[in-house]
Structures are given as structure tokens and as C-alpha cells.
Unconditional design. Sequence first.
Length: 169
Amino acid sequence: MTEELFLVEEATKKSGLVWVRGEAPAARALWHVWHEGAALVVGDGPGEQPLPGLTDGGTAEVTVRSKDKGGRVVAWTAAVRELPAGTEEWAAAVAELKGKRLNAPDGEAMPERWARECRVVRLEPRASTTDLPDGSLAAVPLPSPGITRRPIPAGLPKLLLKRKRKPRR
């Protein structure tokens, strides 16, 4: 194993989240599991992460973040391969992914749902690392009516600063 592939494997194993950009214009944060020399992701089904731009036989740029500080550690090019449901390789991948899936709505029935409604994708590193990307890899948030700043109600300061009177004896 070359030093670069060793770095890719160790960094990706330790990080619970990678930024992946396939054929979609923006990178997406995905939870993953490292198994048998590749990062495995599951998604594109109800209640699972979307996998935009990850097409079977294509490539993807993967950027690994540090688990401690969240900064970028290494970037690598991956060969994208979708695992067909029901195969031995798919079953081994799902066994690994199932153990790392947090807050699954269906518990033990999860593999059957993944077989019916989701895609399991293998991101296998190519021979070398790439330069770390400049700038943000995040997609611009969609417009939303939700905002964080609004004027406070006029009567609120009086309510908050109102002193409680001590009862007379």
C-alpha cells in the first residue's frame, strides 16, 4: 500500500463524515463506513441521505475532514460503483453500514428497506490524492421563510426586567 493510499484509508476511517462531489455541481456531506478498501455510503431513499451525482461507473471527488477540528485533511478521487442488492458484496456492505446508522426508524428491518428503496454505493480510491480544494464545498442553502432575527415584542423587556415584589409580613 502506498503512503498516499494509507493516508486516505486512515483519515477516512477516523472521520464519520466526508464531503463528496460527483456529477452534481456542489459537494455534499455524507456519513460513511470504511470497509475493505473503500468508503461505503447508503442513500437516495426515504429517510436516508441524498446521493446526488453519484452514478455507477462515474468518479467523485472526496474530501475528508478531521474528526477533531473539522478541517480538511486529505482529498482523493474515487471510482463510484453501485452495489446490486442481494449480492454477497452488498450484504457485507450493508452489515457494516447497519452498525453505524444512527436513529434508524425501522431498526432490524432496515436492510430490507435499503434493498427495496435505497442505493448502496462504494467509493473506491484511485491511485493518488488530489490537492485540497479552495473555498467552501457546501451548497448554498435553499431559500426559506425561516429566519433567525426578528424584532422582539415591545412588551418583552418589561416582562423580563420586572422585579418580583417581596410579600409583606
